[in-house]
Design a protein around this ligand. Structure first.
Ligand code: UDP
Ligand code: MG
Length: 318
């Protein structure tokens, strides 16, 4: 069955790979067969992220067998999925890129919907994971907790389940390639870029073969990074907390001291000197927190400067 797309466009499928030797040929056949039926030119770019199994050899073989449709890049060591994806994106010359995992968890069948929405004028088509059949307890609830935290801390309505499985248009790729920050979470950065965006829910499949490489530690790092690089609200919360502590302890201290020393303890509280001292110390702790928050705001502005993101991005012009 041939699905005709309105214009003959070219797309690149970017697949970051870390120790996926049993998945590559299988996934390649699936994707290549699927896309060959569509009226578009495609290529698959495998990015080997320093695998220590036969993944690189497998992609070389796929490239030899399909020199026109398969390309590969090999990073010098394991830099992480985010870096691997960026490497893939900077190698794309086509009209759009689709990013997908090598393990088959991202359903190839969704690509038709991605393409349709792209042809309809969307620049970023995002796969939203509704459920994961074989997700571990920690990961499942960890990610729920993360999004709840992000909402509170980051003050953003982050979409739960947002993934790297997405299609992005040429102009978004060009904008992405302008970003220079080192600590990056690809999906957050693409969302930061803006442009016409649409979401598509999907159910993540089980891994075809092998084991997920993301350890709890790596995920935690990714989560912290996601919060820190996109929100400075935690810094402001510290300063506000300090202000609250100082104000409350100051009021309480003044009221109690006046009650005891000026009015001669009419309430019969017999507040001791050390209680007042404790209040004074609390007051000072609050002041320290406020100062820390202020310092943090300076660091924030330095941080944003060093991220060196483009000041703006132009969607179109006459
Ligand atoms: N991956 C990578 N570098 C890494 C870890 C993972 O390129 O350091 C790739 C991996 O080969 C897969 C994708 O990133 O294509 C998602 O990894 P995984 O399946 O381990 O994570 P999860 O499904 O738990 O998100
Ligand atoms: Mg996976």
């Amino acid at each position: 069955m041939t699905k005709k797309s309105p214009i003959n466009k070219t797309i690149s499928v970017i697949i970051p790979v870390f120790n996926e030797q049993e998945n590559l040929a299988w996934l390649h056949d699936k994707v290549a067969k699927y896309l060959a039926d569509r009226d578009l030119d495609f290529e698959i770019i495998f990015v080997d992220d320093g695998s220590n199994d036969g993944s690189l050899a497998a992609m070389k073989q796929l490239h030899t067998q399909n020199p026109k449709t398969v390309r590969y890049l090999a990073l010098s060591r394991n830099f992480g999925k985010e870096a691997a994806t960026s490497a893939g994106l900077s190698a794309v010359k086509n009209d759009a890129a689709i990013i997908m995992d090598a393990d088959g968890q991202h359903p190839v069948e969704l690509i038709d919907t991605f393409l349709e929405l792209w042809h309809a004028g969307n620049d970023v088509v995002v796969g939203i994971r509704t459920s994961n059949i074989n997700e571990g307890f920690v990961k499942k609830y960890g990610s729920k907790l993360f999004y709840a935290m992000l909402k509170v801390i980051g003050g953003k309505t982050a979409v739960a389940g947002t993934t790297d499985f997405r299609l992005i248009d040429r102009k978004v790729i060009d904008s992405f390639n302008q970003l220079t920050e080192r600590n990056r979470v690809t999906r957050n950065l693409i969302d930061w870029l803006g442009y016409q965006r649409v979401e598509v829910p999907f159910e993540a499949a089980e891994r075809h073969a092998g084991q997920a490489a993301y350890s709890f530690q790596k995920l935690l790092k990714l989560a912290l990074n996601g919060i820190v690089s996109h929100s400075t609200r935690p810094l402001k919360v510290i300063a506000l907390l300090g202000l609250l502590i100082s104000t409350l302890s100051a009021i309480l201290g003044v009221v109690l001291a006046a009650q005891k020393y000026i009015f001669g303890d009419p309430l019969g509280l017999s507040v001791t000197g050390s209680a007042l001292l404790a209040l004074f110390v609390t007051f000072l702790v609050g002041i320290v927190l406020v100062c820390q928050g202020l310092l943090a705001l300076y660091i924030e502005s330095v941080y944003y400067e060093t991220q060196n993101r483009p000041l703006y991005l132009i969607k179109e012009s006459s």
